[in-house]
Design a protein around this ligand. Sequence first.
Ligand SMILES: [Zn+2]
Ligand SMILES: [Zn+2]
Length: 401
Amino acid sequence: MATTEATELLDDARGVLPEVVALRREMHRHPELGLELPRTQQTIVAALDGLGLEVRTGSSVSSVVADLEGGRSGRDGRTVLLRADMDALPMPEDTGLDFASEVDGAMHACGHDSHVAMLIGAARVLASRRDALPGRVRFMFQPGEEGFHGARSMIEEGVLERPNVDGVFALHVSPNLPSGSVSTRPGPALASADILEIVVTGQGGHASTPYLANDPMPVAAEIVQALQVFATRRINTFDPIVITITKIRAGTTNNVIPEQVKMLGTLRAVSESSRKIALAGIKRLTTGIAAAHEMRAEFAVTPGYPPTINDKDFAGFVARVAVDLLGERSYAEMPAPIMGAEDFSYVLRERPGAMAFLGVCPPGQQPMRAHSCHSNRMTIDEDALAAGVALHCAIALEYLS
Ligand SMILES: [Zn+2]
Ligand SMILES: [Zn+2]
């Protein structure tokens, strides 16, 4: 991308910034959870009105898909998909902002309000340049990213078809990166996230006579320890996993040995192969340790999102576009994957593409000390959203040309 083109695009993005910020604040005030987001859906449809896009709403979830047909598409023009997630988190907000959440127990603490606003800003800018657009841009607004598999529902509804989508891109804000900076990486960018449930069943009894019972407590503790040993000793250091046991429930009082211990936890992996090895290992260890103590353990997995794997070439393309647009100093490759998870992973399983991060560290704060996504005090530098709008546009324009 030539320097003049980059400057023009950034100017256009700054031109729509006031609308982008206003829209973001409107959504921030009215967060919605899960797969049914009627108010957010309506806001998006209204904001796209008059841009000349073909807009469709989802039938199984409250999604919005909007297509921009370029003036130079022709029959062979490619289609690029840009995605924004729309949902908030079930948590209270403690930012003290004058546009803080007005919904009890819900907060846009993952920045999805700004994702939607940036994508609408990009739709505005790209629509104003449609005559020069040699292909199609599909805008994907998806509910249910925070654990509800919204992207998977949209794939089932055909978001990657009619016409076939060739390349895909998503941008996620992070207060822990310098404002206006971009980062991504080829290969694994985020982890899978599976829910683990372990139930150890022994024999209850009197706390003073454990030999007459079979106490599941120390066995559960042994399993927790063994899982940590397993994670570091049996898994390739360069294809890492995280196992965290987050909840242990058992017992009622000081003089009773309970019959059962129930544990809950999470498994994170950055490849399908280490995910598979880890799940088999966790099952082997839990059932094996329990059996060694003459008791029973049951292990159940609720599969979560798969690992988010960026296409190598597409990630390189995003890096080049970001450098051309924002300058060398505004791009840094992610040193390692993030152990959080994303359901854009489903989209990246189907089509080549990449997910990138946009720094939104609030002014006057240190990125590593800023309140992160999912914090009740998470805030962003709204000025950085102009860089995000411009990056969406630049990815689309460069990919299609
Ligand atoms: Zn989140
Ligand atoms: Zn998120």
